[in-house]
Design a protein around this ligand. Structure first.
Ligand code: ADP
Ligand code: ZN
Length: 623
């Protein structure tokens, strides 16, 4: 039976299999389009519900006799949980990756060829092996190749932040299996990356579904970096005690140091970076997914594909490369829709480091120009004194109005006019360069302007420079802020090849002439330190989902969570794969006595009702 776009089946599958009442946002048209055999490119923010966009068509097409859906996913470490979640929902799924031995691999292949598998997950390098392709040929010949889903599609683009060369080879899917529909999905794509995905994956004919990228439950804050680790510690203690979170740092060493500092302060923190042994990394990731309230301190090696719904905060101790990276990483907070924080500490050193990394990279000049442009966009977000969300969304081509849920909206920052300070700094740099014939770094320039007779000042005779001491009214943090903004806007550059010395640029002249005003955020106390404390639920049970329950509801919720923990351990899966907190909270609120009472609770599909209904009733009955 050919499926048509008006087929009622997808909605039935959503309700019966996944236990959700209605499609969310653009899911319905996507699912219809793909189920009917169309190609699609889906751009949806993290937590938007991308998985169902291919899982439901896969189930519908399998039911219609069209065979297996192959899901290309870059992270073998997470396939186990994804497949486990489908099993919990009663969907036949499997993965092929290097964790399987030969026998297991053959078993999966046999089941796939017999058409017993609805969704098969595999890494791109596996999909494009001759062996796998010949198996796909066989399926195709028999009309049993239903769909290709290409997850994390931005990996195909070098403009994205997770470029994976193996993704380039995926064009074979289109060339070899022309009639088989494809759906590519990503949570990040500015116009450039999007165009690149279309070209690289040959999706010119695909329908594009672009959702709003807004994540209204995430509160964005960017604070001025002073003592970054202490600031982080205070942020966690004040707002996220007992919560699960991710802290991103630039280097492995910093990851180790910060994790240690957090642990010393009694926070349940674990390190994660590419320098750790693979098995230890896997162990830490498992603990993050399975235990409650773990803070993962990590390099960006961590996080792609992590679908833990209750991450309550993502903190950046070092600035990412660009807005795509920032948005993807912060997007890992609050997938469950409950309030979450994206917090970043940002300082002069970040600007210098990021600029240097671009300058020193072996890439071609054209590539570097694009990277500099992307960095500039992030810098202006960090320097902004207006709504962060308006700027973020604007970057992705979306217009919006001030959000009321970012640091700048909640506590509009004081702005001071740094034009005079900027001119004095630039002319000091100019004069010193004139006098000595070499350039100097930020610290020395500030010392001269503030009239400090340091050893170095005396050594070079810089107390005789005409700007010496004419900026004594400015504090060092103020001047640092001005320098940061000058570098961020390109009115000053840092020469990484020459000890990070400051160099005038084309843009310096306009500032020197007073044609470009320099407005800065007041650097008194960081907005995060002033913002009102958020209401917290009870300690150790960070669950916004359960906040509205009465005392007996809370008790049922706690008991259900304990039961869920046992089941999850038995099945070797993260707890949220069994039931989300929100589902447990809804059960606790309803205090069900019969299986009928459980019907219609979001997240309880047919299979879960059958498998766990009786247990859930028993747990609730003990109150
Ligand atoms: P993404 O891959 O886009 O980041 P997921 O597919 O992991 O997002 O979905 C995020 C969460 O939203 C998941 O827990 C999922 O079960 C839930 N979800 C998705 N679609 C719906 C829906 N229509 N109704 C209720 N919950 C949904
Ligand atoms: Zn705002």
């Amino acid at each position: 039976m050919p499926l048509t776009a008006s087929s009622p089946e997808p909605l039935q599958i959503l309700q019966e299999v996944f236990g959700y009442a209605a499609f969310r946002g653009p899911q319905a048209p996507i699912v219809d389009h793909v189920t009917a055999g169309g190609d699609a490119l889906v751009l949806m923010p993290t937590g938007g519900g991308k998985s169902l966009c291919y899982q439901i068509p896969a189930i519908a097409r399998q039911r219609a006799g069209q065979g297996v859906t192959v899901v290309v996913s870059p992270l073998i470490a997470l396939m186990h949980d994804q497949v486990g979640a489908l099993h919990e929902a009663g969907v036949s799924a499997a993965f092929l990756n290097s964790t399987l031995d030969w026998e297991q691999t053959q078993d999966v292949e046999r089941r796939m060829l017999r058409g017993e598998i609805t969704l098969l997950y595999a890494a791109p390098e596996r999909v494009t092996t001759p062996r796998f392709l010949s198996q796909l040929d066989s399926l195709k010949e028999r009309g049993k190749l239903a769909l290709f889903a290409i997850d994390e599609a931005h990996c195909v683009s070098q403009w994205g932040h997770d470029f994976r060369p193996e993704y380039r080879a995926l064009t074979v899917l289109h060339e070899r299996y022309a009639g088989v529909p494809r759906i590519a999905l990503t949570a990040t794509a500015d116009a450039l990356t999007r165009a690149d995905i279309v070209e690289r994956l040959q999706l010119e004919e695909a329908r594009q579904f672009v959702s709003s990228f807004d994540r209204p439950n995430i509160r964005y804050s960017i604070v001025e970096k002073k003592e970054a680790t202490t600031q982080l510690l205070r942020f966690i203690e004040r707002e996220h005690e007992g919560d699960a979170g991710v802290v991103y740092c630039q280097s492995r060493k910093r990851v180790e140091d910060v994790a240690q500092t957090l642990c010393d302060a009694g926070i349940n923190a674990l390190p994660y970076h590419a320098g750790l042994d693979a098995s230890l990394r896997q162990k830490h990731q498992d603990r993050f997914l399975r235990d409650e309230g773990i803070v993962m301190v990590a390099t960006i090696a961590f996080g792609m594909g992590i679908d833990k719904p209750d991450v309550r905060f993502v903190a950046h101790l070092d600035m990412p490369k660009n807005i795509e990276g920032y948005y993807q990483e912060t997007g890992r907070a609050g997938r469950d829709g409950a309030p979450a924080d994206a917090w970043m500490a940002y300082g002069l050193q970040d600007v210098v480091n990021q600029r240097r990394m671009i300058d020193e990279s072996p890439a071609g000049e054209e590539f570097k120009q694009v990277m500099r442009g992307k960095l500039d966009a992030l810098l202006s977000l960090a320097e902004a004194s207006d709504c962060r969300r308006v700027r973020l969304l604007g970057y992705f081509g979306e217009k919006s109005i001030p959000c009321g849920n970012c640091d700048n909206c909640l506590n509009p920052p004081q702005v001071w006019d740094g034009t005079d300070a900027a001119r004095k700094l630039l002319s000091t740099i100019y004069r010193v360069q004139q006098q000595s014939g070499i350039s100097f770094g930020a610290g020395h320039i500030m010392d001269i302007l503030r009239g400090k007779e340091t050893e170095k000042v005396k050594q070079f005779g810089h107390e005789r420079v005409s700007t010496f001491g004419i900026g004594s009214e400015f504090s060092e943090p103020q001047l640092r802020g001005v320098l940061r903004q000058l570098i961020a806007t390109g009115a000053l550059s840092v020469d990484a090849q020459a000890f990070n010395t400051l160099q005038l640029t084309e843009g310096s002249r306009e500032v020197l002439k007073g044609e470009t005003p320099v407005m800065l955020r007041e650097s008194v106390s960081s907005p995060a330190e002033r913002k009102p404390r958020r209401e917290k639920t009870s300690r150790g049970a960070p669950s916004p989902a359960a906040a509205s329950l009465d005392a007996s509801g809370q008790a049922r919720f706690a008991a259900l969570k304990a039961w869920r923990g046992e089941v999850a351990r038995e099945h070797n899966l993260p707890a949220y794969v069994i039931f989300h907190d929100a589902t447990l909270a809804a059960i606790a609120e309803r205090a069900p006595a019969t299986l009928e009472d459980l019907q219609g609770i979001s997240g309880i599909g047919g299979k879960k009702l059958e498998a766990y209904g009786a247990d859930v009733l028993r747990v609730c009955a003990s109150f």
